[in-house]
Design a binder for this molecule. Sequence first.
Ligand SMILES: [Zn+2]
Length: 230
Amino acid sequence: MTAYEEKKQSLVRCIKMLERSKIMDYNGHASIKIDKNQFLINIGNCQRSQLSVADICQVDFDGNVIEGNGNPPLEFHLHTGIYKARFDVGAVIHCHPKWSTVLSTAGIEYLPVYAQGSLLYPLPVLNSPDSINNVDMANKLTRILSDRPAALMKAHGVVTTGENIIDAFVLLNYLEENSERQYRAQLIGEPYSFSNEEMELYYKKLHNKRLFLRTWNHFSAKLDGTIINF
Ligand SMILES: [Zn+2]
């Protein structure tokens, strides 16, 4: 398999795993940058649960389809905006997961209540529920995101980024898991929020390629038994 085909396959796997975990609904999208002004992304109207490489298109930064059987989602601007602003980013995921979106809908600040979730703290919030379907909204989002790996969009969804699709996928899982734990803890008491010292320690311990690949493999094995060896 060529590196290009491998990227398409990993995008398909990522989206199917997120759909299976109910983190992504019928509207989410994920991309992998393949050139200085092109990326791979799922077509807008595909079935996330039944995705195949035929549902992945190659587009330029203006959303023109270079190769593929359909059009990118209207929110392709979100991906273009981030790739233009952040040269360190090689993959982007956007979707509307329940628990993290509940926090931003209620105006509750994301707190580091779970070791892996602390990797995302502080988590910026875009103060608008509007879709990122034009350049202006993409600029607003990238300004809020700044150099962070992820952001919430108020009463709308989340965006996570990474050097590669594994990083963006794993951080999205950590973010959503932390949000659910925070929500549930707030129902019964005052959630314990990690100190700066604890977060520093967990960052050193948990932010590494080997553990990220282990998390990816956990979900990948559940999907169809496939794991990547390291
Ligand atoms: Zn959206």
